[in-house]
Structures are given as C-alpha cells and as structure tokens.
Design a protein around this ligand. Structure first.
Ligand SMILES: NC(=O)N[C@@H](CC(=O)O)C(=O)O
Ligand SMILES: [Zn+2]
Ligand SMILES: [Zn+2]
Length: 419
C-alpha cells in the first residue's frame, strides 16, 4: 500500500507532505495512494529501543516476540533490540537466528537480537560472539543484562573480541558485592524504614568506572544500560571528556518515578536498578538533555502475575515501558529537547548504537518510510488493561500522561493506528 501523509510537521518544525511508495519515501504522490491526514501532528523517525525484554523463548506467558512487537508498534517503535536473558539464553548463532526469525514472522518491528556475553549469562566463559555477529541475525550488541559481568578479565576479553567487527558490550552495571541479589530498594531512609535490602548508587558507579577504563584500555565500545544515579552520570561525563567510546541509556521510569513509589510494597515498582530519589532523577534528566546520556532505553520487562504476586523481596524485578516511553519523555523533557532532541535520543542514537542501518534515518526522499505520527496535545490516563503486552506490570497505570502515538509505519506498512 502506498500513502500520502499530508500536513505533518517534521522535527525541525517545517510542515510537509510525505509520499510513500513500496516502503520508501519518494518525491511525488504515487498513483492510488491512500491519504493519511496528519494536520496538527508531528512526524518522527520510527523509535528504536536499545533494550527490550521479549520473553520468547521460554516465558511466552509473559511476552512473545509477537506481543512485544505489537506493544512496540503501539509505542511508536519500528525496531527493538531483544535482550538475551530468555530461556534458553541467546548465546549461540542458532538461538540468535531463532529470535530474529520470530521477529520477521511477527512483522511489526525490526527485532534485533542482543547476544549474551557469557554462556548462559553465567559470567564464567565467553559466548560465541563473532559467530553470532556473522549469523543471519547480525548481532552487534552483546549483554548479560539481568546480571552484571563482574569478572573484569572476561569483560576485557569481551571488549577485545567485539572490537574488530565494531560490536558493543552493554553492561548491567551492578557490583553484586555492594548490591547483591536481595538488594531491591534505593539505599535511603525509605529502604531502612521499609526493611528492604539497600541498593547503593556506588554499586552502579563503581562498575561504570571500571568498565570505562577497560573500554579505554581496549579502544573498544561500551554501552551502559539503564543508568540511574548522579554518580554514574558523572563517571560517564568524565569518560566522554577523555574520548572513551562509551554510550549510556536511561529508562522512562528512572526519568519519572521516585523511590517513594515502593512505600506500599507494590511489586509493580520493583525494578533493577531501583527507582531513585529526586537528586538522581534530576541528574539523569539533565544528562539526557545535555547528551551525556545518549538515549532512552525502555528496559521493557514484562512479568507474569505469578512472578510479581509475592512479598517485595521475592518478586521479580522489572516493569513495562514500550507503550509509554515517548509519553514520559514528552512529559519530562520535551521543552528541553525539542522534537529534534526527542528524535535523536529515541531513534537516531539507539539505531547508531545497535548498527541498524535502516533505522533512525532522516525523513527524506530515498529513506525507508519508518515513522511515527505524534499528537503533541492529546493526554489520557494510562490504563494497564489497554495494552498489547501480555503482562500488566505497568508502573504508569492511573497516571495522566501525554497520549501521543497516532500511527506507526515500518517500511511503508502501518503497524499501529489509533482507534
Ligand atoms: N530491569 C529489571 O528489573 N529486570 C530485567 C533485567 C534487567 O534489566 O536487569 C528483566 O529481565 O526482568
Ligand atoms: Zn539490567
Ligand atoms: Zn533489562
């Protein structure tokens, strides 16, 4: 199907008509094109999530590649990078190709598998990084996310292994000696009062500091997952000033929600790293605005009720993010970033990180027609039931937020349309 999208505003503010033929932006209206009225809407390049948990294979009750892809399209995304902590773990070329193929069959977004750094995420032995890269899945990013790769020598070796093909190592920065498996609340007056094991900011900053030094020593690329602390941001800022090849992402929930959400022991708000206090929230917002933090990563982490309906300490950490990420970024930072900044932090920068050459492109003639139409004025109360995800651990349930996504198009195909 060919389209004419009329009257949308580009990120730089200019109003334009976009012509879509055979999945590509062209310079004149194709014959028989379907008209999409975009008067009053903003058009952004399709969003790219560098950090999504699809639960297939293994936990298809919580999310499948298809349901997660639908949630992504509903959130304005045209690509997601699928984390490796499935069952089995994505630690071989065959397993990466399996996830890749599931993404192709779902047909709603580009699904780019992230490969594990170590076999089974066990932190003991490197996975077959180069074979995953050379597979049909073309894996370019590797992460043991869910677990921190604590062994500095293995981290060094991983950085060395991916350097020749331009790969990147994405770290879940959590020193497990400082913040172990039971740590589940930002170290603060609240963790003490609620009796929850504290997760101190230094457990994040110490690993980031170690890893940027390893990135410098190897000349390789490091990506910091879900940065959440002012201290972590300072280390990244320092590393960038030295020319170290490091990028960082922040989640929507760390931009908006504070640690006080856990006061009622509602396990929806249990997440790793934990929700933090206002000084940290301010720091990550400022860092995303000034570019120290390069991008937004949702860390969309669906969990089934039987994994969340437990005492706080026993519940699985993680919360949904794909469907409200753009809304949250608009709510907290649209004034500072402008639409061009939003397009950079949510599309251009993550596409570049993951090496997705057909994503995060400018909306100009000859480029893929992968885009999202955004209503800047619409607002709504979030309802966790109105979701394409199979899970309901939505931390924004009941909050009034922007409700921007009107239509998502991936390579000329409408993958989500409002109403
Ligand atoms: N963020 C989380 O709290 N949970 C993630 C793992 C992770 O991102 O570390 C998950 O897979 O559920
Ligand atoms: Zn993580
Ligand atoms: Zn994660």
């Amino acid at each position: 199907m060919n389209h004419v999208i009329s009257g949308a505003a580009l990120p730089d503010g200019t109003r334009t008509d976009l012509f879509v033929r055979d999945g590509v932006l062209v310079d004149e209206a194709p014959a028989g094109a379907e008209r999409i009225d975009a008067e009053g809407l903003v058009v952004l390049p399709g969003l790219v999530d560098p950090h999504t948990h699809l639960r297939e294979p293994g936990r298809e009750d919580a999310e499948t590649v298809a349901s997660g892809s639908a949630a992504a399209a509903r959130g304005g995304y045209t690509a997601v990078c699928a984390m490796a902590n499935t069952r089995p773990v994505t630690d071989t070329a065959e397993k990466a190709e399996h996830v890749f193929d599931l993404g192709v069959s779902a047909g709603l977004v580009e699904v780019a598998p992230i490969g594990a750094i170590t076999k089974g995420l066990a932190g003991a032995e490197l996975a077959e990084l180069a074979l995953m890269h050379r597979s049909r899945a073309k894996v370019n990013m590797f992460s043991d996310d869910g677990a921190c790769l604590m062994d500095a020598q293995l981290m060094r070796r991983a950085l060395e292994w991916v350097k020749p093909f331009g790969g990147v190592i994405a770290q879940h920065s959590q020193d497990t000696n400082l913040a172990g498996a039971s740590a589940c609340c930002h170290e603060s007056e609240i963790s003490g009062r609620l009796g929850l094991d504290p997760w101190p900011p230094v457990a994040e900053a110490a690993i980031i500091a170690r890893d940027v030094m390893l990135a410098e020593a190897t000349g390789s690329r490091l990506h910091v997952c879900h940065i959440s602390t002012a201290e972590g941001v300072e280390v990244v800022r320092w590393a960038k000033s030295r020319g170290i090849r490091v990028t960082a992402e922040v989640t929507p929930h760390h931009l908006l929600l504070g640690t006080e959400r856990v006061e009622g022991y509602d396990t929806t708000f249990k997440v790793n790293p934990p929700l933090r206090t206002s000084e940290h929230i301010t720091a990550v917002r400022e860092a995303l605005a000034d570019g120290t933090i390069d991008m937004v990563g949702t860390d969309h982490a669906p969990h089934a009720p039987q994994d969340k309906d437990h005492a706080f300490v026993d519940a699985r950490p993680g919360m949904l993010g794909l469907e409200q990420a753009l809304a949250v970024v608009m709510e907290v930072l649209l004034d500072e970033l402008g639409w061009e900044g939003v397009a950079d932090r949510m599309s251009h920068a993550p596409a570049k990180l993951a090496g997705l050459v057909a994503q995060g492109r400018p909306l100009s003639v000859g480029e893929p027609a992968s885009l999202v139409l955004v209503d800047p004025a619409s607002r709504a109360v979030v309802d966790r039931a109105a979701s394409s995800s199979l899970s309901r651990n939505n931390p924004y349930h009941g909050l009034e937020l922007p409700d921007p996504v009107q239509l998502t198009m991936w390579r000329g195909k409408v993958t989500y349309q409002r109403g």
